[in-house]
Write a protein that binds this ligand. Sequence first.
Ligand code: HGY
Ligand code: MN
Ligand code: MN
Ligand code: MN
Length: 407
Amino acid sequence: MPSSFQEMWAELLPVGRHAGSGGYRRFAWTSADTECRDWFREQAAARGLDVETDRNGNQWAWLGDPSAGDAVVTGSHLDSVPDGGAFDGPLGVVSAFAALDELAARGVRPSRPVAVVNFGDEEGARFGLACAGSRLTAGQLTPERAAALRDADGVTLTQAMERAGHDPEAIGPDDERLARIGVFVELHVEQGRHLAGTGSPVGVASAIWPHGRWRFDFRGEANHAGTTRMQDRHDPMPAYAATMLAARERAAAAGARATFGKLLVEPNGVNAVPSLVRAWLDARAADEETLALLLGTIEDAAREHAAREGVEVGLERESFTPVVDFAPALRDELVRLLAARRPYEVPVLPTGAGHDAGILAAKVPTAMLFVRNPTGVSHSPAEHAREDDCVAGVEALADVLEGLACR
Ligand code: HGY
Ligand code: MN
Ligand code: MN
Ligand code: MN
């Protein structure tokens, strides 16, 4: 008998959870990731689904014969950001299995193949590139670039794959697989408060904001903290700090987002003026023009403050995802399928968070469902969704799958 939503949730909850912070450290191709993958296989086997791991390490659990094509695929990711929350990713995978159970309980026999997918390395927490598994499959990440992505210990993505038992020589675009997908629907906890203020536990995505990651290298001159006069320093830290404050101010003015959440300081000594401050910027905006303008002003600020401190500054764009406008016809079909069985209005909302659905959308008709997050908090151990809202999400996903897979 397959586990219920609550049982699946309870089984997955402890995996990769850090005792100290209560957050998750499910990084790609680590032992925690392997445990998540084992959990996925167990859930699939308990439902008699055929499980496969594709050339890029994504897991697929099939109901029906994938070679028939036009499949209805649902799912999300199981990896996390450092000390992330329990819901970001796993809610979409657990809900997908639970929705299949709901279809079985309703006696619904899909006329199209249906699959649950676990996309690998969505957060990019270890190797720095988000959605690596879906990007490889969609041809947005080349095997050569994947082999050059390194973690903090210098291990490359492909070396990590190999150490986890996955053949790194196999990675690459998978158009044949994507051609068999008729539609992909990802359920995800909302990472924001749009639904929190409404009577709707579930909403439908309209768009994903354009977003990207840029790396600033501020290079100065290492020196002694005690003997170097302030006016004699070429210290990259104040150049970074002034740039960060300018980014915060300009993003706020533009209604955009700018986050410096990761720094690397060399030599990283308390009593040494740094030689290097490497700062990663995550920037996002509702449209690409606003984002480009924001980036331009932040880059100007970096150059201005570097010159003032007598240090050099380098800038490299590490990743960029253009705006994703989900297909209105499919989006509206989801709203119709949901509204038909619900007393509440089904909101349609954009998100500033990236998702595998945003990558797939370039190749496959794609849509997203959001489940209400009472506080909106995400990428934090405090991330939460109420159980009744999660159950409402499973019901909604089951309605959508029934409507799409039983045409
Ligand atoms: O960064 C994001 O928006 C996503 O959680 N990977
Ligand atoms: Mn996330
Ligand atoms: Mn996510
Ligand atoms: Mn000394």
